[in-house]
Design a protein around this ligand. Sequence first.
Ligand code: SAH
Length: 458
Amino acid sequence: MNQQQAPVSKNETIQVTFEDLTHEGAGVAKKDGYPLFVKGGLPGEEAEVKVVQVKKNYGFARLINVKKESEQRVEPPCSIFKWCGGCQLQHLSYEGQLQHKHNQVRETLARIGGLNKVPVHSPLGMDDPWRYRNKSQVPFGEQQKQLVAGFYAERSHKIVDMNTCIIQHEDNDKVVQLVKSLAKQYGIRGYDDKTHKGTLRHVVVRHAKHTDELMVVLVTKGEALPNKKNIVQALQDQLPNLKSIMQNINPKRTNVIFGESTEKLWGEDVINDFIGDIKFAISARSFYQVNPEQTKVLYEKALEYAKLTGKETVIDAYCGIGTISLFLAQEAKQVYGVEIVPEAVSDAKRNAKINHIDNADFVVGEAESVIPWWQAQGIEADVIVVDPPRKGCDEKLLETMAAMKPLRIVYVSCNPATLARDLKYLEERGYKTKEVQPVDMFPHTAHIENVALIEREM
Ligand code: SAH
């Protein structure tokens, strides 16, 4: 019914002019006021598009032919960019991407947070924005009885088979292709999320930039992995820098990658990496920033905003394996870290020990439960650093922070929308956002990381 109101119909080919770029990196064109989202379209461009989905208030179309090109358009170097949902902005020059992300952060802070006057610096980008990712998490599946491995197409669960991914470290690419050929050789079936059949769900590879160590995690539906021994041996034989092979079992019907149980198939439980002078042990399921070069830039900015003198008590909420905490501990009196994943907290404790840092304590739990408890114990924080997942801080945590009244809050965020929402909450409770620094951790994708400095006004 409603679909009849749209001025376009499915499979129709139309001429459009792109007006804008969404936060997801899609071009926006309007037909009689009705927005169409098109991957690969850039503002100012005129193009022919084919409508693929019609909804009540908006639709999606596929780019057929660009008639008038933007000056910022470049040839995407990846041959499957058009289909793969992994990257969104390869067709836009890197400078253009940074400008777009800058606008996006300013616009979001103003629209959602009412923060029109906050200085938002130009994003800190990379000199060479390729092959930056240290972690590859590739879904495996079956198409026409053939094993495939690659990322999902946009807005879909269809795997786009891939031979190489040029934002990944070369070794991660090599491992994915190796596992694919071993799986074919040993008749291992890719997992089908529709029928819940098959064996191999994901291959997760981690590469440590500064030690060159590699970890491979095979995520399977059940415990059984036919020819496990041969596969483990072949991986060892062909990957000289391999340090760890793990198997994670995920029996659930879910799009969450990891299941609860992780077993070691060979080698160590962790790989080691450095950020600056600090050494980190990283286990299969722990969060670790994916762009090592930019992580250093991000953490240095967070440390600068924390303005530590050596006398402060600092809380690091959502601390992961203690990366930011240990950076801060070097310049603070005491750091308390809290994190929900138990393996990450054991990594954090181990990381404090191996770096001989004894002024950082870590607790497993929800930040929104543990920090109120710390407050009740009489812990007073001078600075609180938060680095939540995309959904942002829990309101209970924001409320507790406002009540604890630290001088400064440093907010590290991977989602400008929830950052804006949380800053607004803090602004209404006596805090002022002083400045925001975007850091481009994810070139060629639509994502942008930010660090915000927030100070108490009263
Ligand atoms: N600061 C770390 C990790 C940031 S990612 C780093 O830079 O490496 C966000 C982290 O928050 C993840 O490790 C995730 O496991 C954790 N997390 C998610 N929800 C949480 C919650 N409610 N309380 C505490 N930690 C949480």
